[in-house]
Design a protein around this ligand. Structure first.
Ligand code: SF4
Ligand code: SF4
Length: 143
């Protein structure tokens, strides 16, 4: 007798929509304001290092801006923050403390990789190269 409710449940589940999605073949819905990877816009960054100092898991390191980029004069030391996305806990403390609102925030969360993943290329893409227009990085600044 107890088998009948169980059978009913099995039949119901066979014909119902799956509770899971076929990621990555299907897109995962993400809130527009979900905290994804962030990176510094170097046209705004002054190289103060405050974001690095305040980062709880020490996911940010300051690096020298490579030769061949037009660095704003206010960044006298020509340094910029590089975020290690594998160490980052996406608390956005860096975004909050930055005195020049230099961080660009995105809801990009797909960061799985065998190689280290960081913000270096995204940040450098915000600077003009010699005789080249700056390219626009991804994401929309919430500031
Ligand atoms: S979001 Fe938080 S953990 Fe990630 S780099 Fe910024 S301060 Fe560090
Ligand atoms: S806090 Fe802002 S201005 Fe200072 S180093 Fe970080 S991104 Fe640049």
């Amino acid at each position: 007798m107890a088998k009948i409710p169980l059978l009913k449940e099995v039949v119901k589940l066979i014909f119902s929509k799956p509770a899971t999605i076929q990621y990555p073949r299907e897109e995962t819905p993400v809130e527009p304001d979900a905290r994804g990877r962030q990176y510094a816009d170097l046209s705004k960054c002054v190289g103060c290092s405050l974001c690095m100092i305040e980062c709880p898991p020490k996911a940010i390191r300051m690096e020298k801006i490579p030769e061949g980029y037009e660095v704003p004069k206010r960044n006298a030391r020509k340094i910029y923050p590089v975020v290690d996305y594998f160490k980052c806990i996406y608390c956005y403390r860096c975004v909050t403390v930055c005195p020049t609102k230099a961080y660009v925030v995105t809801n990009e969360y797909r960061l799985a990789s065998d190689a280290p993943v960081n913000s270096r290329e995204l940040s450098l893409s915000t600077l003009k190269k010699a005789s080249q227009e700056p390219s626009q990085g991804e994401g929309v600044s919430k500031q």
